[in-house]
Design a protein around this ligand. Structure first.
Ligand code: ADP
Ligand code: ZN
Length: 616
């Protein structure tokens, strides 16, 4: 078989997606490769196809146990022999896997990085021919990446210890240039073929909301998504528990997930979500990497994450099946404080200099993340800019592109704010933070303010009539427009040279204000440009539902998640084609030979039964 045949026969796809073929070719020609593809882009095929074409065994290094388990289940389901080695195996299971691997029973062997250094594994590696080493979630090797895993650093030694060096393929969805460089250097890739595919996920709708009350905003969002599946991310364990409790008390089928929970409990939550027994999982960032649930319809961030990388990765868990999905961030100024606290309390295991450097970068990343929450330009554009990807001016599928704005003239309040900043500095001899400026302008009786004597300034109380939020929004706008800047070290607010234009030069300042809230897909059902045809086409909804029911039945019988049987996209295509023969069944996108053999009959029967019922 050649690569196209493997793609069709084993995986049921008719053509490669962007980047896949290039990476497969790299391996087949014996070269190292670095592939950066968005979540759901199809990274696994880039090593699974070569694994089937090459003679020996492919070692896949992967950080998370749940991911391995699911991937191996999916491979076995497609008739491909694969196994995994990690701490969840009993001694006996482990021995069996070692023995079968020695006998050449597996094409793919998934292994946790911690295993590489163990004696048993090293001995096995001397006894088999390794044809490819694939490093999944390769960004874990970089200390500057999101999920640094020290055990990834042992990979180059492992590769060097192999009797013959196979090609090494590194894959990740995290793409900053810095992390890419780290991956190539630390993994010791040799002149790798680099392949960075489009980062854009057109089927994802992005929005940032600044609700007065997050909980009621969240409940509103969930109310319009009752039958949908989604993740609610919180910044801390305590918040996750609190939010989950409230949701449950309001009748939402939610479970909680964070690293502080007991193993069994956490696994139960994950399974409930994975197998569609609960619609919503409320989680900290501990829930994520390795979650291979394709039908996540929304990801709501109850708190702002620490970086845009983290945000895009977490939000990117929505819509992996290509269906329209929503990524909504509920922002409040308090999130910035929480994030600062988390940054300040991290990095204990590092030396002083390293920790300082890490924090400096963390603060930079936080600033970019905060910028996302405050920008009025296209949110997708903001993300793609950060990852150095080209994009259109407006995407038409984000909160900012959909919202209509009115430009409010804020020149006079801007002058008040800027002169307040200048006056405070004249009085105290130093600049202060946003809070004090807002308090001064609003005439607060705060003790610290009074102690500093700021109530005697001429700008004291000038904006008494405005809400603190509104004043803060204006400060943000002035910062965004370059009249103010936040001192990165002291978090004080300082005027820039440009401020003089507003104070003395008659320069006008405007601020966009929302006219209407953006609509989300949960409220209005509509197809978006770029969304794959994974929703049933009109007229086939009922058959689609029948096929889904059949899938649920099969998945339950086999104890696997539904998508392991077939994805929604496959069912939608099946509903559209309504095959009657095995031959037609093989034409359905996503149906390979093994799966056709395994499930064909059941689905053909379901289709026939549906049509019969339809006629009567
Ligand atoms: P990643 O690891 O990059 O997040 P996966 O490898 O899990 O993504 O693939 C995501 C989904 O895309 C899977 O459901 C897979 O079946 C599908 N997929 C991958 N390659 C193709 C292709 N060439 N054609 C159609 N679907 C594909
Ligand atoms: Zn947009």
């Amino acid at each position: 078989m050649d690569k196209y045949e493997v793609l069709k026969h084993c995986f049921g796809h008719s053509r490669f997606r962007q980047g896949q073929e290039e990476l497969v070719d790299a391996v087949l020609s014996g070269r190292d490769a670095l592939g950066i593809m968005p979540t759901g882009g199809g990274k696994s095929l880039c090593y699974q196809i070569p694994a089937l074409l090459l003679g020996g065994i492919t070692i896949v290094i992967s950080p998370l146990i749940s991911l391995m388990k699911d991937q191996v289940a999916a491979l076995k389901n497609a008739g491909i022999s694969a196994a995994y080695i990690n701490s969840s195996l009993t001694a006996e299971q482990l021995r069996l896997v070692y023995r079968r691997a020695r006998e050449g029973a597996y094409k793919l062997l998934y292994v946790a990085p911690e295993r590489l250094e163990t004696e048993g594994f090293a001995a096995l590696m001397q006894a088999v021919t390794v044809s490819l080493v694939a490093v999944d979630e390769a960004h874990c090797i970089s200390q500057w990446g999101q999920d640094f895993r020290p055990s990834y650093r042992s990979i180059p030694d492992f590769v060097a210890s192999l009797p013959q060096r196979p090609p090494v393929t590194a894959l990740t969805a995290t793409a900053t240039a810095e992390v890419q460089q780290d991956i190539v250097r630390l993994l010791e890739l040799r002149d790798p073929v680099r392949c960075v595919t489009g980062f854009d996920r057109p089927n994802l709708f992005f929005d940032v909301q600044r609700p007065k009350n997050k909980m009621s905003a969240l409940l509103d969002l969930l109310r319009t998504r009752r039958d949908k599946t989604g993740i609610v991310y919180c910044a801390t364990r305590a918040a996750a528990e609190r939010v989950c409790r409230t949701l449950c008390s309001r009748g939402v089928a939610a479970v909680c997930y964070h690293a502080g929970m007991e193993d069994g409990e956490r696994r139960a939550s994950q399974d409930d979500f994975q197998f569609d027994r609960k619609n919503v999982i409320v989680a900290t960032n501990a829930f994520g990497m390795g979650i291979d649930k394709s039908n996540v319809n929304f990801v709501i961030h109850y708190n702002m994450p620490k970086s845009l990388e983290a945000y895009y990765q977490e939000a990117g868990r929505a819509g992996r099946d290509g269906e329209a999905a929503d990524c909504i961030l509920l922002y409040s100024a308090g999130d910035v404080e929480t994030a600062k606290f988390l940054i300040q309390s991290g990095g204990e295991e590092l030396g002083d200099a390293e920790r300082e450097e890490l924090r400096r970068r963390d603060y930079e990343r936080l600033k970019i993340m905060t910028g996302y929450c405050k920008t009025t330009r296209c949110l997708r554009g903001y993300i793609l800019d950060y990852f150095g990807q080209p994009h259109a001016e407006e995407c038409g599928n984000c909160g900012n592109c959909r919202r209509t704005y009115r430009l409010e003239d804020i020149t006079i309040p801007a002058q008040m704010i800027l002169s307040c900043v200048v006056r405070v500095r004249e009085t105290l001899g130093y600049y202060v933070g946003k809070t004090l400026i807002v308090q001064t302008l609003r005439g607060s009786r705060d003790r610290r303010l009074l102690q500093l004597g700021l109530d005697s300034l001429s700008t004291y109380g000038l904006m008494r009539k405005l809400s603190a939020e509104k004043v803060l929004a204006m400060l943000d706008r002035l910062e965004e427009a370059g009249y103010l800047r936040t001192n990165a070290q002291h978090f004080t607010l300082e005027p820039t040279a440009a401020a003089n234009g507003v104070l003395f030069g008659g320069e006008k300042v405007t601020m966009p204000v929302h006219l209407e809230p953006a609509a989300q897909s949960g409220e209005k059902k509509r197809r978006r440009k770029g969304a794959a045809a994974s929703a049933p086409t009109t007229g086939t909804e009922d058959l689609f539902a029948a096929l889904k029911a059949e899938r649920t039945r099969l998945a339950a019988a086999e104890g696997v998640p539904a998508y392991v049987v077939f994805s929604n996209a496959t069912l939608a295509d099946m509903a559209a084609k309504a095959p009657h023969t095995m031959e037609d069944f093989l034409e359905v996108s996503g149906v390979g030979e093994i799966k056709a053999a395994r499930y064909g009959e059941a689905f053909l029967k379901a289709i026939a039964a549906y049509e019969e019922a339809d006629e009567t």
